[in-house]
Design a binder for this molecule. Structure first.
Ligand code: SAJ
Length: 435
């Protein structure tokens, strides 16, 4: 790389992955244009501000916008390297079919400004074969450019797949330090993409073919889903047998080769609950385990609703605090969140008895409208509610000391309060008797 001029970069899609990626690349000294279809997002970033919550991202974006290394645009602009980081949701057909329309329109937009020597890298989680699909779309739009793997001779364009692996809440750290798998349509494509990532990634970058890299990403998330399903299934077994699942997991994990994950109210987010279906969709006959794990994790949401409802029904006069709406701890992302689903169901069922505490929300999501449920702070919830349903392991909730909750009836889906006494109801009964 020594002596080579730094490439210019266009990052397509400025969401939870695209924006931090663009900012990290800009910090390494490359000139970056981030493209997003939303004018509001583009204007926000060009002011040096951000539209998402992520640790330390605000300061970084402010710095790289200020020093001119990052700018945002609603158009894809010519560059040496294009990084596509757009969503790959499900189609609305009810069959978990991947919707590649965002990837396809990103590829067409990139094709319109492409020149010989450029590199296109797909980072979006994608079903197997998507990198080749991009190549075919670009080839169709730009017959003047030689594409990799389609003809003999040196291609004009390099195309590779390099999945992101970052954990929301630790994105900047993980973007820099995680290892990366870089899959080229050809080995030469992989090498070109590798020289780009080496400029800003400190982890090890391993090259492979595009299909293996695509599958690796799906496998990582399916692996985690299957393991969380095991923990969730154990928690339902423990509920049926009246046992403390957290105690059992703590003890089992003392075995040197056992590492059971944590049960919760179900699996949320846009990755772990989604990506396994891309494998199932590709090989429906060969994936009973992956499919079952999805069913177990989705089923856990309904189990949590049943358990919480049973506790509430045992305290017919109590107010109920639902602690958390986010899909996991310490983030402001409420999309695809089991906690939100449980809380909204309780709100519909129990109306104004329900209070919701979510330190990252300014108002309740739309589905709470007209339920009577109210967003309150943790102090109000602890003062007014006798039933606590822990749905998210935010640090704020973890830090509530025993004396502030020992008299409450608690359903803790996250196991954040191991010291909570098992029999919690008498104080509530006494208070009710006292009027
Ligand atoms: N969860 C549990 N129990 C656990 C761990 C997680 O119930 O023991 C739940 C969380 O509460 C959340 C969901 O699973 O609802 C997913 O959370 P997560 O922290 O496991 O993962 P994500 O979705 O934030 O990020 C994942 C990561 N993938 C893996 O760890 C294999 C991340 O590295 C990926 O980059 C990301 O998906 C992605 O973008 O694909």
């Amino acid at each position: 790389m020594r002596g080579e001029t730094a490439p210019t970069v266009c990052v397509v899609g400025l969401g939870y992955i695209g924006l931090p990626t663009a900012a990290i690349i800009a910090r390494s000294g490359m000139d970056v244009t981030g493209m997003d279809v939303s004018r509001i997002v583009v204007d926000t970033i060009n002011r040096g501000e951000i539209h998402i919550e992520e640790v330390d991202l605000d300061g970084l974006v402010q710095a790289v916008v200020k020093n001119g290394k990052l700018r945002a645009s609603t158009e894809v602009v010519p560059a040496d390297v294009f990084v596509i980081a757009v969503p790959t949701p499900f189609a609305k057909d009810g069959h978990h079919t991947p919707d590649l329309s965002y990837v396809a329109s990103a590829a067409r937009a990139v094709a319109s400004v492409l020149k010989a020597g450029d590199t296109i890298i797909l980072e979006s989680t994608s079903p197997i074969g998507t990198t080749e699909t991009i190549r075919d779309l670009v080839a169709e739009a730009r017959p003047d450019l030689a594409m990799p793997g389609l003809a003999d001779g040196t291609p004009d364009i390099a195309i590779a797949y390099c999945p992101e692996r970052v954990l929301p809440g630790k994105i900047l750290e993980e973007l820099t330090h995680n290892d990366r798998s870089i899959g080229g349509i050809t080995p030469r494509c992989a090498r070109k993409a590798l020289s780009f990532y080496k400029r800003f990634v400190r982890g090890t970058c391993v090259t492979t073919d595009a299909r293996s890299a695509e599958m690796t990403k799906l496998v990582e998330n399916a692996y985690r889903d299957v393991n969380i399903a095991f923990a969730n299934e154990l928690s339902m077994v423990a509920d049926a047998m009246d046992m403390d699942v957290w105690e059992v997991i703590r003890l089992a994990n003392r075995h040197p080769r056992v590492n059971i994950l944590s049960p919760g109210p179900g699996v949320g987010g846009h990755c772990i609950a989604v990506d396994p279906w891309f494998i199932v969709h590709g090989a429906p006959e060969q994936t009973p385990l992956i499919r079952t794990a999805r069913g177990v994790n989705d089923g856990k949401i309904h189990h949590a609703i049943r358990q919480a409802s049973a506790l509430v029904d045992a305290h017919p006069h109590a107010k109920i605090a639902c602690l958390g709406l986010a899909f996991k701890a310490n983030i402001d992302d409420f999309r695809e969140s089991p906690a939100r689903l449980v809380a909204a169901t309780l709100a519909r069922r129990y109306g104004e008895r329900v209070k919701v505490v979510e330190p990252y929300a300014e108002k309740l999501p739309i589905e709470f409208t007209d339920t009577g449920a109210e967003l309150v702070d943790i102090d109000t919830a602890l003062e007014t509610c006798d039933v606590l349903v822990v749905l998210v392991d935010h640090d704020l909730f973890r830090s509530v000391p025993l004396e502030e909750r020992s008299a409450k009836a608690v359903y803790d889906t996250r196991g954040i309060w191991p010291d909570q006494p098992a029999a919690q109801t008498p104080a509530i009964e006494e208070r009710r008797a006292a009027g």
